[in-house]
Design a protein. Structure first.
Length: 511
């Protein structure tokens, strides 16, 4: 079944590069809002965010750099002092060297009676909470000198940190740490949300993201195309409405999982089970004969076929609407044969795990519009001929490069998973460290296969599948904790997520 029309658009927050946010800032000022007034708005929003997160705080250490980010810190220091807090205001640049709005902000704090303390090595940070107003989004190279010393002192202090706009030392576009970066509990960011706050090292550095638009409607500037979109749970109901009462299994497609080479049966079964739980009408599994019994015992609803090699598949690939190839595939002759069969079909493909490694070594550069590639950074590095460190240094660029080279839709897995397709880049804000365990990628490939089997268009299916996978991991972690979370725990949680909440009448009928 293929969807003829898209459902109503679901709003997913736009994410911007640092240069785009600076352009928005300049346009706002040009439209009649004075720069210092905008700075005061930002500082007031940051102060409200701080009080919401730490309502009983009595003292702050505010570390201010020499630019407008530091200016936000000066104004926040003045606001905090006006409400009776003890404020330690630390400057990395002497007052007499400040200029423009930053100088006006510093003078405002001085007029409020907040002493300015020059930064020096070994200075004790006295506040219960530290405010990082050190470096802004313009940072391009590694942090050095006194700024590095200050960041290291912040991280060593033991206090919780509010970062203003972005944790100092974090790249606003890539989420990479530029030598060293502040580890914040919360980051309050302004005007346009930044792509680099949501992927790579950012989830570990930025903490909670509190976005404040400051009255600026970024999406009204139609010539500024967002760098990415932040996936939102509202997508689920928009793309997966309640099923018709007259529906039958043929309406929801047939997915075939090719995987489970001799000795590697678990991964393919995890993918097949996730595929079934996410609503594919029929799920077939082609695996090595030795895995058939275990597969039937664990999940008898999956139609399991024991195949000694690609020649045993027969017409099974032609009967399926989508093929998932890779979980437990291996890189030997068995796996190579399965991948060859998959590539020879015209069916949509979900390509994962060893299928990606085989693609890199035997089919590098093959382009296809109707497949999904789901590499982790190591696999992405092999596909692009780079190192994993180079991938992680600029994850958005790597995801887009993969999509340009191979076509279709690419999922670059990791913290802040990225989805790159013809419509651009999307970022998944969900997921947790408990998902760093074996088999999670296999569950994702099964989820993607199920959504494609049910007729969702390729790119929306992948965006939705990545989000559901991450949300299911979060749900499972809430139930029993992150440590010990298994890939097999996700399928039942994902099933809950993709079923719309029953209305009152439906709920009453089941009681």
């Amino acid at each position: 079944m293929t969807r003829e029309a898209n459902p109503p658009a679901t709003h997913c927050r736009p994410l911007f590069r640092a240069d785009q946010v600076r352009e928005l800032d300049q346009r706002t000022i040009a439209a009649g809002i004075e720069g210092f007034a905008l700075m005061q708005r930002a500082a007031a929003s940051a102060w409200q965010s701080l009080k919401t997160r730490w309502p009983g705080v009595r003292s702050l250490s505010v570390i201010c750099g020499g630019g407008n980010n530091g200016g936000d810190g000066h104004v926040l220091a003045a606001l905090a002092a006006a409400e009776g807090l003890a404020v330690q205001r630390i400057l990395l640049k002497p007052l007499e060297e400040l200029s423009g709005d930053a100088r006006r902000a510093a003078d405002m704090a001085t007029a409020a009676g907040v002493e300015a303390v020059p930064w020096r090595s070994g200075l004790t940070l006295e506040g219960e909470v530290i405010v990082d107003a050190l470096l802004g989004t313009g940072l391009g190279g590694k942090v050095r000198g006194e700024a590095r010393e200050a960041i290291e002192a912040i991280n060593a202090g033991g206090q919780q940190v509010l970062a203003i706009d972005i944790p100092s030392g974090l790249h606003a576009d890539t989420g990479a740490v530029l030598g060293v970066a502040v580890q914040a509990v919360r980051t309050v960011t302004f005007i346009g949300d930044k792509l680099g706050l949501h992927t790579g090292a950012a989830p570990a550095q930025a903490g909670e993201i509190d976005f404040r638009a400051l009255g600026v409607d970024a999406e009204a500037e139609t010539d500024l195309v967002p760098a990415a979109r932040l996936l939102d749970a509202g997508m689920i109901g928009a793309w997966l409405p309640p099923r018709e009462r007259s529906a039958h299994k043929g309406d929801f497609g047939h997915a075939l999982v090719l995987g489970g080479a001799p000795g590697l049966g678990g991964a393919a079964l995890l993918a097949a089970e996730a595929c079934a739980r996410l609503g594919a009408g029929k799920v077939s599994l082609a695996t090595a004969p030795e895995h058939v019994t275990a597969s039937l015992v664990r999940r008898p609803e999956v139609m399991v076929h024991g195949v000694r090699g690609a020649g045993d598949l027969g017409e099974l690939p032609e009967h399926a609407g989508v093929l998932v190839v890779g979980p437990g595939l291996g890189q030997g002759s068995w796996g190579q044969g399965m991948l060859q069969v998959a590539l020879a079909t015209d069916r949509p493909l979900v390509v994962d795990a060893d299928a990606l490694n085989l693609l890199a070594s035997h089919y590098n550069g093959q382009y296809r519009e109707n497949w999904v590639l789901t590499p982790h950074p190591g696999e992405a590095a092999r596909l692009l001929g780079l190192s994993a460190a180079e991938i992680e240094a600029d994850r958005p660029a790597a995801a887009l490069a993969l999509q340009r080279r191979y076509g279709g839709v690419v999922v670059l897995k990791g913290a802040g998973s990225l989805v790159a397709g013809p419509e651009g880049l999307a970022v998944c804000p969900s997921g947790n460290p408990g998902m760093a365990s074996g088999g999670m990628g296999d569950a994702l490939s099964g989820i993607l296969g199920a959504l494609l089997a049910q007729g969702l268009p390729l790119e929306p299916a992948v965006r939705l599948g990545v989000l559901v996978h991450a949300l299911a991991g979060d749900m499972a972690a809430r139930q029993a904790g992150e440590r010990g979370l298994l890939a097999g725990d996700l399928a039942s949680c994902a099933r809950i997520l993709v079923n719309p909440t029953m209305g009152e009448n439906d709920a009453a009928a089941t009681r």
